[in-house]
Design a protein around this ligand. Sequence first.
Ligand code: SAM
Ligand code: SF4
Length: 321
Amino acid sequence: MFDKYSRNINYLRLSITDRCNLRCKYCMPDGCGMVGHEDILSYEEFLRLVRLFTQAGVEHVRVTGGEPLVRKGAAEFVRALKAVPGVKKVSLTTNGTLLGKYGEALAAAGLDSVNISLDTTDPALAREITGSDGVVDAVRESLALMRSLGVPVKLNAVLLAETAGTVPSLARFAEEGVPVRFIELMPMGVGKYGRGYDPDLALEDLRRIWPDLHPVDAHIGSGPAKYYASEALAAPIGFIDAVSHRFCASCNRVRLTSRGFLKPCLCFDEGADLRALLRSGAGDGDTLDAIKLTVFNKPRQHCFDTPQNMTESRLMSQIGG
Ligand code: SAM
Ligand code: SF4
C-alpha cells in the first residue's frame, strides 16, 4: 500500500495493551490512567483488522504494548496472526521480563523474532529507570532462552544521559552475536522531560573500543537502523536516531493502538478510529477504505525539531514505540 509520497507501507505495529509491569521513567509515569478492558480491542477485533491490513499490503506485524506479555493469551494471538494469509512475519517487542514464562509458548506459536528492551547493564541504574529490581538478570536469562529456542533476538536500548557510561557494556552483547540497537530518546509523552545521550557521542565511545567500526548495509528487521560492524563483533551495532537524523523518506510503518486508533505518524494525533468504525457495525469494505485513506495521507515527516507542531499527547506506552 503506497502513501501519497510513494512510500510502501508494509509494516504494522500493534499495541495490544497499554499496561506494563515496569515504569520506565521516559515512557510511562507512575499513576498514569489505565484503559478499561472494554476499551481495548479484543484479539478477534485485532485479527479482523490485520486481515484487512494484509489486503492493503501489510506483510510484517509487530506485537508491542505497554508490555504485550502482560495481556493474557499473547502467545495464542501470535499463533493466530501467523495464520492470517499475507502475514509473512510476526515479531514482538518486549521488556523481556516475562519471556521466562511465555518464551516457549511464543516460539511454539511461530514467533519470527523478538526485540528485547534493556537500557543499561547496571542493575542499580536499571532499577532507577524501570522502578523494578532484577530486570538485568531477567533480560539476560530471556535472551539466552529465546536464542536456545531458535528465535532471533535483538537488543534495543534507549540512549539516556544517566546510562551513557554503560553504552559499551550493552554493546558487548554484539560480541555474543546479538545485534544491539541504540535508540535516540524521542520527545514523546514523558520522554520530552528526559535527558538523552547523543547517538554520535555513543558511536565515538564505541569506536574507542572497536576502532574498526564501519557502516554496513545490514538488513535486519524492518526498521530504519543504521548498522556498524567490527571484526571483533559477531553481530552489528545499530543506531535508530529518528530525531537527529530524520529517516521519514523511507518510513514503511503505521501503528494501531490498543484502543484501535490507526496512527500514521508518531508526532501527530491524526488518524482513524477503527474501533469506533468496527463497533458501529461497519463492513470490511468501509473499514478497508478508512485504512487506505489514512495510510495514503500519512504525513511526510515528523516534527521533533519543531515540538510546538506536535499534536500527539499519548504516552509511548499507549502507542507501542
Ligand atoms: N514494553 C515493551 C518494551 O519495553 O520493549 C514494548 C513497548 S515500549 C513502548 C517499546 C519501545 O519504545 C521500548 O524499546 C522503549 O524503550 C521505547 N521507548 C519508550 N519511550 C520512548 C521514547 N520517549 N523515546 C524512544 N524510545 C522510547
Ligand atoms: Fe513498559 Fe516498555 Fe514503557 Fe518500559 S518502555 S514502561 S517496559 S512499555
